[in-house]
Write a protein that binds this ligand. Structure first.
Ligand SMILES: NC(=O)c1ccc[n+]([C@@H]2O[C@H](COP(=O)([O-])OP(=O)(O)OC[C@H]3O[C@@H](n4cnc5c(N)ncnc54)[C@H](OP(=O)(O)O)[C@@H]3O)[C@@H](O)[C@H]2O)c1
Length: 297
């Protein structure tokens, strides 16, 4: 495993195992498999509803806690100073740990300033080893770096893959001392990413798959990665990316695949902001309904 040094000196694995969309009942096994294969970074979030299962795996794996790097993310509904602080306590409890290595603000909406101040305090208390943001476009990142200043985000986790390569976002982030971290490095397979002829052809030269070429391309750019699979052979395959090096020419060829457009959605689109707002309201209603049901039972 290779590590990157974050802006506060903390070392973070460059390749992390992501657990988005892994159902609770499959998460523990997937994380145990990843740790057995050699991954030392796990990327979860409050909104993935599997922090407890990640914690179970970390407890059971037999690897010392300090050798494992856990990232979680604060959901928008827990933004604001007080709610954010309380939610970190809940995450610590679910993850069954005294500290979290990296905590990110999941989305650039609502009272993220209040939430960020709470993270800064928890960072100063040592409950969090590094803090950062996610899905912040370059303007939002510049905003929090310039106006918040006390602790510059160590990481900005953003969609990054060959189709949406984020070179400009990386340049802006690095100007402020922030590392970018790729989510959906494979674009979740959209655009036939795993059979893309350019990636397959490059992979053939090194006896590697398109997936491995993508991960290697990100590593050589200095981009931290979260990648997900629930299949052991793919978990292994995605880890076998430290034994080859792409030529400068291949790096440039992959750069040519960049369209500059998201494979998912744009966080700056007002319709998407409405979509998130609506999703939060629906989830709140569901939670209230389930609380009400419990009091009647
Ligand atoms: N901050 C955010 O807003 C945000 C958003 C999305 C994701 N994330 C983080 O980033 C992580 C990765 O993103 P992601 O899970 O959305 O997408 P991804 O890693 O780009 O793609 C995952 C998909 O690719 C398949 N896959 C993985 N390795 C493969 C291989 N070698 N060959 C063929 N198929 C392969 C997986 O299938 P199988 O599982 O069936 O093998 C899964 O369907 C997440 O788990 C999460 O931790 C963060």
């Amino acid at each position: 495993m290779e590590y990157v040094k974050l802006n506060n000196g903390i070392e973070m694995p460059i390749l992390n195992f992501g657990v988005y969309q892994i159902p609770q009942k499959e998460t523990k096994e997937a994380v145990l498999n990843a740790l057995k294969v050699g991954y030392r970074g796990i990327d979860t979030a409050q909104s993935y509803f599997n922090e407890k299962e990640v914690g179970d795996a970390v407890k059971e794996c037999g690897i010392p806690r300090e050798e494992i790097f856990i990232t979680t993310k604060i959901w928008i509904d827990n933004y604001g100073y007080d709610k954010c602080k309380k939610s970190v306590e809940e995450s610590l409890s679910k993850l069954q740990t005294d500290y979290i290595d990296l905590v990110l603000l999941h989305q650039p909406f609502a009272d993220y300033y209040g939430a960020y101040r709470a993270l800064e305090e928890l960072y100063e208390e040592g409950k969090i080893k590094a803090i950062g943001v996610s899905n912040f476009y370059a303007d939002r990142l510049a905003d929090i770096c310039l106006f918040e200043r006390k602790v510059i985000p160590a990481v900005n986790q953003i969609e990054t893959n060959p189709i949406n390569a984020r070179f400009k976002d990386q340049e802006v982030a690095e100007k402020y001392g922030t590392h970018i971290m790729a989510w959906a490095p494979f674009g979740e397979g959209k655009n036939n990413m795993f059979t893309n002829p350019t990636l397959v052809e490059i992979g053939n030269k090194y006896n590697k798959s398109a997936a491995q070429v993508i991960l290697r391309w990100l590593i050589q750019r200095g981009v931290i990665i979260a990648c997900k699979s629930t299949h052991l052979e793919r978990i292994k395959q995605n880890y076998e990316v430290f034994d080859f090096k792409l030529s400068d020419e291949d790096m440039e060829t992959i750069k040519g695949l960049d369209t500059g457009d998201s494979l998912f959605f744009n966080h700056q689109d007002p319709n998407m902001v409405e979509w998130f707002d609506n999703m939060i309201k629906v989830r709140r209603e569901q939670q209230d309904a389930s609380k009400e049901k419990k009091t009647w039972e």
